[in-house]
Design a protein around this ligand. Sequence first.
Ligand code: VGL
Ligand code: ZN
Length: 392
Amino acid sequence: MKNSAALKGLVLIIFILSIIFIFQYTDLKKYFTAEILKTWILELGPWGPVAYIVIYSISPVMLLPALPLTVAGGILFGPVGGIIYTAIGSTIGASIAFLISRYLARELVAKLLSKKGRWSELDKEVERRGWKIVALTKIKFSHYVLASSVFMLPAIVAFVLFSSSLLDLFSGKVSKEFLTGLFLVIIVSAMPILYKRMKKKSALIIVDVQNDFCPGGALPVPQGNTVVPALNNYIQMFQKAGLPIYASRDWHPEKTRHFKAYGGLWPPHCVQGTKGAEFHPDLKPAPSVIIITKGTDPEEDSYSCFQSYDSEGKPFAKSLKEKGVKHLYVGGLATDYCVRATVLDALKAGFSVTLLIDAIKGVDIKPGDSAKALEEMEKAGADKTSLKDLRL
Ligand code: VGL
Ligand code: ZN
């Protein structure tokens, strides 16, 4: 991907240089001045802009690239006319493409997706994620038009300003307008990268979804297994978004002060290497899931994931830091112990935290413990969300 972008850039530079060269050493520049072009457009009268807008409007549907057209618009109409006509043309173009996809293509695609349920899955996906696959779904047309015209504007301004000064460049003059345009183009092109950089990077933390914490296990959390399907959905989302996913496991030695027999609170559970310590069999870990282990110290309870280590012995906090993670989404078992401890530690360590309320369950040794833990976590600054509201 990176290589192809570099190649395209190189081709563009060679293209511009050869145009400059041609302009310099032929008679072309005599005919190709802003004055002459403007006269030509003026001669066309109102039809010049109209023709430009029409061509621009049908270009998305014809799968024509917009950039050369935009550059032409800047050269032909100058900065002001260029911006206005390009904004009109691109908005109409996007709208036509939208309407065609919605009213003609939707049926067709629906048939192709004939496998039952796929279509409603797509609708659900869009409700969850916003406008990724916009036109094929239920996004309001007016919202689409408004959003696309607003979001296209900065790039249009940049490219039209830039290209309206290209003629000067072609005849060998580096004008102020050109430098301003170039500057704007660079800024607009850098915006998506900056946005990605500035957005707080998130990670998913799945706490202790192990057999012993599920019904039938040694220390069952009532309905503990019900967090599994929800977590599988979250895993898929984070996987698709390319974000880190951690799954913690409680991993005790046979003798530990954590267990009743040695002075602790709990019956033996999640003993290293036992069936009970395995992850719930329905949990579908993506290939990228990082397993972190805690509770191995016989002297410690280690409820919090911040007392855990990855397979290379790297502390959890260090691993997060190295990946640039600033925000944690936390789900799993049990709300009133390991989830609570992990969330409170995370907030103390300066992470922001969102609890996945449809993917946590508590032990409630005393009735109300989980509710109390939730309240405590929220008071400490944790946010909460559920599958249908989460946008990554
Ligand atoms: C846990 C009790 C004992 C937990 C671990 O994962 O919440 N609870 N050990
Ligand atoms: Zn434990």
